[in-house]
Design a protein around this ligand. Sequence first.
Ligand SMILES: *Cc1c(COP(=O)(O)O)cnc(C)c1O
Length: 733
Amino acid sequence: MQQNKLKSDDLDLHNLIAKNQFGTFFGISQKKFDEVWNKLTNADANSVVYISMEIGADPDVFHPIKDKLIDLEKTDSMDPRLKQFIKKLFHGPEKIPCYGGGLGVLAGDTLKSFADCRIPVVAVSLLYRHGYFSQIVDSKIGQISQSVEWHPEQTPGLYLLHDPENPSEPLEIQIPFFNEYDQETMASAQVWMKMEINHSLDYFVPELLLDFSLPHNPAPIRDAAGQLYNSESSIIKATQRRMLGTGILPVLEVMGITSNTLHLNEQHGVVVALQLIAEELQTTLRQPDLSKATDDQIIAAADKIAERLVYTIHTPVKAGHDRFNKSVYAGISHKSCSHILELLAHDEDSPQSYNFTTLAMRVNRTANSVSRLHRDVTHKQFPGFAKKITAITNGVHHLTWISDARAELFDSFSELTNWRDNPGVLQNVKNLKNNSRFRTYLLRAWEEDSAILYDYVNAMLLQHRNQMTSTWIDPPNHYSNIIDGDTKLDPAVFTVGFARRFSTYKRADLIFDNLDTLCSIAVENNWPINFLFSGKAHPADEPGKSVIKLILDYQKELHVKSKGLVTLIFIPNYDMLIAKMMVAGVHIWLNNPKRPLEASGTSGMKAALNGVPNLSIMDGWWVEGYHEGLTGWKFGHEGPVDEADLSESPEALLYAEDSASFYQTLPKVLEEFYEDEFRSRFIDKAIMNLCLNIPIFNTHRMAAEYLQKYQLKLPSSLQSRMDDFAALYNSNE
Ligand SMILES: *Cc1c(COP(=O)(O)O)cnc(C)c1O
């Protein structure tokens, strides 16, 4: 994305090198680096630690330093040190595969907005040497998962920190683990720092990624360290949670970070609360033997340390809430933990388990859901905590997700000046609604983005066919048998995008419930449709994987029944780059989860930020982003939220009802897209997404709402800027 014009004093690239006792870093001046570091290490503790199991912030979708160097035409240097940094930046890996889906991408987007807004935040997560997993798709088998090999050493923006005492060695922290006999084994972790540098290169948020995959660690630790959401056994899963949760305080201490507030992005890192409670007991009771603490003392300590924690719950779906069998957890933690967990992590459904969601709900000063509807659901699920659970609706990082072509459009209109620093400016698009130049440029930008997406898809389809003999993988798409120089997919055809994790509640196969009805809509009106689908199922999620297989199996039948008018394509190995191409290049974004199980959803916001209308079930954010006749279409069940609705069993997933509603709605969308007399209404909807939804569903506004919970003292100019973002919306209405 083009940056604003540069000042000449920025020209010396040596000014983009900064150092401290932990290493040498590229992309920000020493002065700015020190400013950030001082805030995080200051005795006033006026900063926040953001804790997340996964962070999605791939350099291929947001790369402010690279953009700046291209702008300056400085893509090489004679200075050997600079040469190394620049080489990494332009030729290093562009993915950091340590995320599985929306939760991680949200974390990355949030941290980028904190950096843009200059809020003192440091993040803690894990570094997974084998990433999440890489997805190969074979039409006969379905999803095949492969472990990812990637090289953090070669990845730009990522640094292995040095031990200040011994700079030739990496910094290591030591974490005690225990076996079932309470014997201690030490595990160590090295610390990587990913710098989330903002687009004006004057602030950053450090992400501290703990790497436990060291050869001298015990085998069970290394097993748990390799792969995100490894669920081979409950021990591995619990160990992974403990690596995150117990790693936090030691890494902050060794780095001198003083933050008072800890924000739990989901409960995965909540083990930190056990440690804070233990520390509190030791300081107030001066009693090193925790097993002597009474119930009352533990409760008092928990209430005290709760003042430091902010908790965001992200899903009503049970699989998202960690519960561990008591004996499993006792097998990896100190015996005093059991006493604390007995008191604070009671599981109502299963007395032999600890429930970490209960623990996180119990021990915090404030908790929030990620949309208004999700707040109401969470109140029903946790009636005892309902009073303190508010809503902060998710957002997405506009500088990451708005395509280059759309950004250029915004840059061409003086009404939208400063939209990069203030996404609220996009409200002014309402004055451009009838500006024919704006409408024409928008369509042109859209066509450009569709062309980029289709170039990718057509090349992929050919490649799958051509590599068949060398890889033995059956091309996942039926269309690979059809495509050639003359026949390829046409970007002007109405294109429906659907991409996200393949969990059964997200019902990727919903709209194919009745292929005859679907095809007849296309055939009777001669309306061609391309469906582009993408997404991974967790490798252990058999029902999720079988939905992917179903999607592949429908392709040929759809093609035949629709006389070639309907094409369904599956794009393997979904990631942020594919997401970015899809949300800008398609004509409608489809989301059809079972209401109310999609707590928020963010991919639809990414589409909306590019002016792509949504066609969605009234769930998650869409309840707030949908405006009748203005921003898109809704369909499906919309009843009140009650306990029965939370079921994920197949018979409760409402396929018949919601797909029938889809078949009634789809022709209205196609009519507006294809019929000249209605076409302007389709463009109107695109424009209304820009002016109604960009100012709200962005992470600057969301960060401003979190800031109200963080209790930070900020300089008044900064605070008033954040107040302006917060004033754009009140999630908790
Ligand atoms: C945005 C995003 C998601 C989240 O999609 P939802 O529709 O909110 O589930 C998942 N994966 C990737 C790669 C994304 O970019």
